[in-house]
Ligand binder design. Structure first.
Ligand code: ATP
Length: 511
């Protein structure tokens, strides 16, 4: 038996096949888009909805991943027998096939989205929270763009699967590619030639969409962007546009309330009591370093100040106004307002990897839609980046910077909302030793400018050099709270002995 090439090639000028190709593309694109959106909704509900909704989503995914598409297509097409009213839509083979495909794809794509969503690091959510974003704001600006990028290759793969699965819809007589071919070879018996042409049509459709998706994946992949460092001439031009951030160091005048007051704070993790009645005051403009052995609760303390940890009892007051109380509503207006007065710098930087450095710094201002125009926001962001010595890198992405540079961007980002208090959680712990100095210098500059700061640090010399007070935490309590001057020269009390010993300070030697 010979292959009839003339017949084979004639099938590529046949209108019925091109019409069938359009049907396949329409069915695939509509099913994919619906699966993309509804799958995301199901995945989000499964991850963060109430228990009943989580269970419902789980049952949906289990059911529709288990039922074969072919069975579902026939079932949906025959539904009008039970519900005659549905015949208006489901009597049409295209809509019946589309609905069955969507039902299955929502289940598959929900699981792909779930993988993307849980891959977004916890620190990304926390960075959004620290910039005062609402839950939805964090999802929109931080989580969803990253989750979609992570899930994109799997989502593209799902599209290809859908294209091929459309052939199953031939079972309900929808004239897609396979059925068109079947109609032909039933008459002329040229099965091989007809099916070979059907295969080529599928390969063509998949190839065109693969190319389109490749462009999309390339656009979305920040890892392949070429790093751009600006030249001196470009920097001079940008500096002309830069405008300093308005100073907002609140309440430094005499008699002003404490910038931060922690009253009788208690917290336990299971059996572990991390705080036993912590009381801490920080005056406006004061720099307080928190030191202590590993596991003494320093990080938990600083995270509690920013509402990232809950309290079992006690209260946190900012500039005389109650900010956080044990058991209060995490979404209260007072909390949200307070969080925007606090800038937080994390040990692991937590920059947003899908935004450039400039976009990272501008994001919070854009989100909160402050009255300034976009150009004013940009001018301030340029100034902040210049202040931390990174203007030349403004168009790069976080992964294109060193750890020290990333941490300096994180400081600029936290400063962009003109906070009244800056919190630093071991800002240099994740850095190579040669990068530590550049970050400490930026913090020292802020201290000189009068910024109120609470710094958790293991850098003892740095703490002594820039702090107004050093606080030693251990065993859930504040064991010492004193000035660097006292630590160096004060009369030896048990409290001073303890902090000197911990800091490795020999008072006689230092004096
Ligand atoms: N999410 C959590 N769940 C349970 N226990 C926790 C959690 N976070 C911290 N802890 C516990 O709370 C205690 C204080 O932890 P924390 O991270 O605040 O200490 P730290 O002083 O900052 O330590 P280090 O200097 O090593 O960073 C530790 O015993 C730790 O195991």
């Amino acid at each position: 038996m010979t292959f009839n090439w003339d017949y084979f090639f004639s099938l590529f000028s046949m209108a019925a096949f091109w019409q069938a190709s359009v049907t396949v593309v329409e069915l695939s694109v509509l099913a994919w888009c619906a699966g993309l959106v509804l799958g995301f909704v199901v995945a989000s509900a499964r991850l963060s909805g109430p228990l009943w909704l989580k269970s419902l989503c789980q049952v949906y995914i289990w059911l529709f991943r288990s039922v074969p598409l072919l069975v579902l297509v026939v079932f949906v097409y025959n539904l009008p027998q039970m519900f005659p009213a549905s015949g208006v839509v489901l009597g049409n083979a295209f809509f019946a096939g589309l609905l069955a495909t969507i039902l299955v794809e929502v289940a598959y794509m929900a699981e792909i989205h779930r993988g993307g969503l849980i891959s977004v690091a916890k620190g990304q959510h926390e960075a959004g929270h620290a910039l005062g974003f609402s839950y939805l704001g964090i999802q929109r600006k931080v989580v969803i763009p990253q989750a979609l990028r992570i899930a994109l290759p799997a989502l593209v793969n799902e599209f290809i699967t859908i294209v091929k699965q459309t052939s199953l819809v031939s079972v309900i007589s929808l004239p897609e590619l396979l059925m068109t071919g079947q109609g032909l070879y039933a008459e002329n018996f040229l099965v091989m030639e007809t099916l070979a042409a059907v295969a080529v049509y599928y390969v063509l459709i998949v190839s065109v969409f693969s190319l389109l998706f490749q462009v999309l994946e390339r656009w979305a992949n920040v890892q392949v962007k070429t790093p751009q460092t600006l030249h001196d001439s470009q920097l001079d031009a940008l500096r002309q546009q830069a405008v300093p951030l308005a100073k907002r160091h609140a309440g430094e005048q005499h008699g002003a309330p404490d910038a931060l007051l922690m009253k009788q704070i208690q917290k336990t993790w299971g059996q572990n009591q991390v705080f036993k009645d912590i009381d801490l005051r920080v005056a406006p403009g004061e720099v307080v370093s928190v030191i202590g052995p590993s596991g003494s609760g320093k990080t938990t303390l600083i995270r509690s100040i920013n509402g990232l940890e809950t309290l079992d009892s006690g209260e946190i007051v900012l500039f005389g106004e109650s900010f956080i109380q044990a058991g209060d509503n995490r979404h209260s207006r007072l909390r949200k307002q307070g969080i925007r007065r606090i800038g937080m710098v994390f040990q692991g930087f937590n920059l947003f990897p899908h935004y450039t450095i400039l976009q990272n710094v501008m994001l919070a201002q854009r989100y909160h839609q402050q009255p300034e125009q976009e150009s004013a926001r940009r001018a301030q962001a340029l100034w902040l980046l210049d202040k931390v010595g990174l203007l030349a890198h403004m168009n790069k992405y976080p992964h294109q910077l060193s750890g020290g540079q990333q941490q300096r961007v994180a400081i600029a980002r936290a400063l962009a909302l003109s906070p009244d208090i800056m919190l630093f959680d071991e800002p240099t712990s994740a850095l190579d030793p040669e990068r530590v100095g550049e970050v400490l210098k930026v913090i020292s500059d802020l201290a000189r400018e009068g910024m109120t700061m609470v710094i958790v640090t293991h850098e003892m010399d740095f703490a002594l050099a820039i702090s107004d007070r050093v606080v030693l935490m251990d065993k859930g309590t504040i064991q010492a709270d004193t000035t660097p001057e006292n630590i160096r020269h004060g009369e030896a009390t048990p409290e001073l002995q303890r902090i000197r010993q911990f800091m490795g300070v020999n008072s006689a030697k230092v004096a």
